[in-house]
Design a protein around this ligand. Structure first.
Ligand code: NAP
Ligand code: ZN
Length: 346
């Protein structure tokens, strides 16, 4: 066992404190990683605040991890000491079910093991990336391409794959009109991917002052959702709306912006259930869908794609003692566009 310093919360909504936990001894297929940066995803807040059921405390959040390999088990073939690596939202799956065999470990029929707030297959709680060190099976570790800095790359491990995967699946590309709803951590990366894929990209945001930044990320159009005219102007326009909003939305209003056969894909995960009118779907044969992060092969593909296309999260680096304040700022949407913890300050 190896002791490591972490930032943890003892109960829902408790402040962060510096504590220590034990990481498991290296197994033959394990990679030991010195964590350098850990992004703060809004899911960390939902989890640490107990928005979703079943929080396991004490909790060490963090699933946007980048760092350097410090040791490898004897059966590790694809990583070596000194490699620049990342770990995302989960750290184990059965490896045998139809979904694992397709590289869609997030749909593992046994249930994947999340990077934190989860129990591993031995029944031990998992602890995430607000930590100096982590031990992860090589199947759940990815290479960070040389072109990507370790700090700016960290949000790609969740925000990146969560937006890249549905944009690809629902074929954002030339000739497609795609709206990105909500311009936060996920949204600002989604704009960059949708633009790189060749879609015509519209941003729908409550904010009135993000237009120039949205356009710098590759948006073609920007509309404020606070302006009622937005909904009449954009009626029946989009093939795809990617909803990245962390709170409940008026689903019918957004469905009305989809053309025939258009799809509203939810990645935002508010605690409350959503409601919509059946006619909002029926009349234009529209669909509502959801998407959960992405599999490991696709995560590596996304990182390589980001490196090739110069896609970089815009980050604000913070110290370990600023995480409580960062959570408050995220809840006020006062973040441009992802806080990343410099783990050397822990
Ligand atoms: P974030 O950085 O806080 O961004 C969320 C954005 O939603 C905000 O910037 C804001 O955009 C908009 N928003 C927030 N509150 C709102 C409200 N009350 N009404 C309307 N719009 C509001 O969060 P994030 O890290 O991008 O995560 C977004 C959501 O995705 C969270 O629920 C998170 O748990 C979820 N998530 C899901 C997955 C998955 O696999 N499906 C993975 C990661 C995260 P504007 O200011 O531009 O309006
Ligand atoms: Zn996340």
């Amino acid at each position: 066992m190896c002791k490591t310093h972490v930032l943890s919360v003892s109960a829902a909504k408790a402040p962060f404190e510096k504590t220590t936990i034990e990481r498991r001894p290296l197994r033959p297929d394990d990679v030991s990683i010195a964590i350098k940066f850990s992004g703060i995803c809004h899911s960390d807040i939902h989890s640490a605040h107990g928005d979703w059921e079943g929080g396991i405390f004490p909790m060490v959040p963090g699933h946007e991890i980048t760092g350097i390999v410090t040791a490898v088990g004897e059966k590790v073939t694809t990583f070596a000491v000194g490699d620049r690596v990342g770990v995302g939202c989960y750290v184990d799956s059965c490896g045998e079910c139809e979904y694992c065999l397709q590289g869609e470990e997030q749909h593992c029929t046994k249930g994947y093991v999340a990077t934190y707030n989860s129990l591993d297959y031995d029944g031990n709680p998992t602890y995430g990336g607000y930590s100096q060190h982590i031990v992860v099976s090589q199947r759940f570790v990815v290479h960070i391409p040389e072109q990507l800095a370790l700090d700016a790359a960290s949000p790609l491990l969740c925000a990146g794959i969560t937006t890249y995967a549905p944009l690809k699946r629902w074929q954002a590309g030339p000739g497609k009109k795609v709206a990105i709803l909500g311009m936060g951590g996920l949204g600002h990366v989604a704009i960059q991917f949708a633009h790189a894929m060749g879609a015509e990209v519209t941003v729908l945001s409550r904010a009135k002052d993000k237009e120039s930044e949205a356009k710098s990320f590759g948006a073609d159009h920007y509309f404020s959702t606070g302006d009622p005219e937005t909904f009449s102007k954009l009626a029946n326009r989009f093939d795809l709306i990617l909803n990245t909003v962390s709170a409940s939305i008026d689903v019918d209003s957004y469905l009305s912006l989809l053309r025939v056969d258009g799809t509203l894909v939810n990645v935002g995960a508010p605690a409350e259930p959503s409601q919509y009118h059946a006619f909002s779907l029926i009349l234009s044969r529209r669909s509502i869908a959801g998407s959960l992060v992405g599999g490991l092969p696709e995560t590596q593909e996304m990182l390589n794609y980001a490196a090739e296309h110069g896609i970089t999260p815009q980050i604000e680096i913070i110290r370990a003692d600023q995480v409580d304040e960062a959570y408050e700022r995220i809840l006020r949407s006062d973040v441009r566009y992802r806080f990343v913890i410099d783990i050397s300050t822990l």
